[in-house]
Design a protein around this ligand. Structure first.
Ligand SMILES: [Zn+2]
Length: 241
């Protein structure tokens, strides 16, 4: 085979390994190594062998979540795609950032949670990339603007929540800190575009979700919770690519 093909196979393999790592961290980071290995459906505590990255069915109830498989294919595909296409940010930066974004998005989607340890890692990674690309001024400015704008939306959300007496928090404080990380990555004024695109993507998804629910005649689903972080991450990632 031609060297380019071998190169592709190699990077697909590395992408699979990275996907396993992201999936493992997504299982274990929120609840710890013991509780993280529990079956999501029946709660069975599994040994490392029975857990097997959640790729095997649960020995008691047979449940096998789809997410680890989806994540493996996604990381392998994205790794090859990013490796062999020209992107705005070099592959050496973009690959770890992509894996990090995926990890945050999966955990927020499944647990509605943005871990502060992961945010700290992101702030270091994002600041390093931002400074390397456009210096301290735009990086710190981007981080401050991102957090500031999100804080404004957060305060607005809390105000609405108090007025309407709604139970669910519209935005978490984790979203504010996440926007600081993304602000460092995107810099000033790119962070504004990132925030607007994130809100638009979340809006489009919500409308599509409502349409699907309406078509299935499940009635009004005004209380379905849509986490914001995955859309903010997706928007930032698209801007980097
Ligand atoms: Zn089970």
């Amino acid at each position: 085979m031609a060297p380019a093909v071998w190169d592709g196979v190699l990077w697909a393999g590395l992408g699979l390994l990275a996907g396993l790592l992201v999936s493992l961290l997504a299982d274990l980071a929120p609840d710890g190594p013991r509780a993280g290995r529990r079956c999501r459906r029946c709660g069975l505590e599994r040994s490392w062998g029975a857990y097997a990255f959640n790729l095997r069915p649960c020995p008691r109830c047979g449940y096998r979540p789809r997410r680890p498989w989806v994540l493996l294919l996604l990381t392998a595909g994205l790794t090859v795609l990013l490796r062999f296409t020209a992107t705005r940010v070099p592959f050496g930066w973009l690959w770890p950032l992509t894996l990090y974004f995926l990890l945050l998005a999966v955990i927020d989607w499944e647990h509605r949670l943005i871990l502060s340890e992961l945010l700290a890692v992101g702030l270091v990674l994002g600041t390093a990339l931002g400074v390397a690309r456009r210096g301290w001024g735009a990086t710190v400015g981007g981080a401050l603007a991102g957090a500031g704008l999100m804080l404004l939306l957060y305060a607005l959300g809390r105000l609405l929540q108090a007025r309407l007496g709604a139970g669910e928090e519209p935005l978490g404080f984790g979203d504010v800190l996440l926007m600081a990380v993304l602000g460092a990555v995107l810099g000033w004024p790119g962070v504004v575009a990132g925030l607007i695109w994130g809100i638009l993507l979340a809006g489009v998804f919500s409308v599509a979700l409502l349409a699907v629910c309406a078509l299935r005649r499940r009635g009004w689903v005004g209380r379905v919770y849509v986490p914001y972080a995955p859309f903010l991450l997706l928007a930032a990632w698209l801007l980097l690519v």
